[in-house]
Structure formats: structure tokens, C-alpha cells
Design a protein around this ligand. Sequence first.
Ligand code: FE2
Ligand code: FE2
Length: 135
Amino acid sequence: MPLMHWSPNLSVGIEFMDTEHEQLMGAINELHEQLSSGQQERLAATLNELLRQTREHFEHEESIMRKHDYRHFEQHKRLHDALLEELEEFRDRTGKQGKHPGTELSDFLKDWLLEHILESDKHLGGFLEGAGARL
Ligand SMILES: [Fe+2]
Ligand SMILES: [Fe+2]
């Protein structure tokens, strides 16, 4: 069963952000599936792909924040950077340990993403809508 799915109450009002959030949820679901079923072969590749997708999404948000002089840019970027660091750390740790981790990471990512969307990204989305941002 998928760990998470997108629903309209998660919309931040900006199409590219919603689309990418939904894609991120798909990647987290895939990771969760592998973590909960004990499949290890593809774990490193899945983690790398999740990192790539996350980095790309954060870069999109950050470039639009810069473009529109978003006042909370630094604060928002700090949250992004901290998550990337956690993800990288987890990937490196998993690679070294060689033993299968539990679903701790996907559970954590689910909570992180939901909270981040509902607070920080919704705030950003509201600002961009108000600024009549052309995306
Ligand atoms: Fe986001
Ligand atoms: Fe964000």
C-alpha cells in the first residue's frame, strides 16, 4: 500500500510545485516499498534518484524565490538544505552498513514533506499568487 498520496488540500496554488510534490510522493512511496519489503538490490539507486529529484525540486523553488525577492528565502532554503543533508547522510550510512534499514527514513520523509508543503510551501505559493508571478 502506498505510504502517501497527493490530495487537493495539499495544493499550494502553483502548478509546477504541485506537480513536483506529487512526483516526490511517488518516489517516497517507491522507497517505502523497498524498505518495507526488504529488497536491497535497488535501494542505492532509488535513494540516488530520490536525491536527484528532491534537489531539482528545491532548485526550482529557490530560483523562483530569488526571482521574486521572497522575503523568507534564506529560512526556506535552510530547511531544504537540512533535508538534503539528512538524505545524503542516510544514503552514505546505508551503503556502508550493508544491512537493510527499516522504514524509518520513508516515515520521516512523509512527515517532513507534508509539514513542509502545508507550512513553508503554502506560504510561498500564496506569496507567488499574490505577486502574480508568471511561472
Ligand atoms: Fe516544495
Ligand atoms: Fe520548499
